[in-house]
Design a binder for this molecule. Structure first.
Ligand code: HEM
Length: 231
């Protein structure tokens, strides 16, 4: 029988690195974008790095480790409602990876950040004409204007989503006493938080680091070609 201190590896290294690099790069993008001027160069590079990470994570969601796969944590509205009901009780829930609500939020966050980065590629500083996203000169002005507007206000929606995300993690810590942040750092969760008492241990498979590195390089190459397409 599992003791309280027993832990199980649930998050692989690629998911953990993806997450904390994304947090770091999002902060870099935010502050460099606000600073403007010479900081825009950093803003662009940080955006390309985020796009690389997102493309990698989407691919990893199909071929990566069990808990990284979309199919393992996108469970639909019924499971999400059942999970919300659980939140009112002190015990449970038991989730090896993302819970059904958190899983849906993961998808929302990934695509919300993707929308921010993709519109950045087409954005331009229309006042000075000096700062252009790499693809801004490839499309009609009205699309550049739309992309630029979206890129400027969507960041606020993104900040709200991140605040909800962090609040949910804090709620889990305070109310459920589940340390999800620790798990995202070490990869390990307490067995009694991950698996229902008496239930068999789940069979998790962890994809190879060679596959992760290949996908990361392919994602970086794709971003390189997208940026180069701007000339
Ligand atoms: C820019 C800000 C952030 C973004 C865009 C973001 C995005 C994400 C994404 C996409 C995931 C899913 C990871 C995956 O499956 O690959 C995730 C999970 C997670 N994030 Fe964040 N995150 C942000 C900030 C934070 C911060 C500041 C914390 C710590 C307080 C945090 C704690 C977590 C935890 C604990 C999980 C795992 C949740 C679970 O166990 O289901 N995140 N985040």
């Amino acid at each position: 029988m599992a003791g309280k201190s027993d832990k199980i590896l649930v998050w692989d290294v690629p998911v953990r690195l993806f997450h904390w690099l994304l947090v770091l790069l999002m902060a870099t993008s935010y502050f460099s974008g606000r600073a403007g001027g010479d900081w825009m160069q950093l803003h662009f590079w940080s955006g390309y790095a985020i796009l690389t990470l997102l493309l990698f994570r989407i691919a990893w969601g199909f071929v990566g480790s069990t808990t990284a796969r979309f199919s393992s944590f996108l469970k639909g509205p019924k499971a999400a409602f059942a999970h919300v009901a659980h939140l009112f009780r002190k015990e449970g829930p038991h989730d090896v990876g993302h819970n059904p609500v958190g899983g849906a939020m993961v998808l929302v966050l990934i695509f919300a950040v993707l929308a921010q980065v993709v519109t950045g590629l087409f954005s331009a500083d229309t006042d000075t004409g000096m700062v252009n996203g790499p693809l801004a000169l490839k499309v009609a002005d009205k699309w550049v204007e739309r992309a630029t507007d979206f890129h400027s206000w969507w960041i606020n929606a993104l900040l709200i989503l991140v605040a909800i995300h962090v609040a949910a993690v804090a709620l889990y810590l305070v109310w459920k006493r589940h340390n999800l942040v620790g798990a995202m750092i070490t990869g390990r969760k307490r067995v009694d938080h991950a698996i229902e008492p008496g239930a068999p241990a789940p069979r998790l498979s962890f994809a190879s680091s060679r596959l992760a590195i290949s996908l990361l390089l392919a994602s970086a190459a794709l971003v390189y070609f997208i940026v180069r397409a701007g000339g």
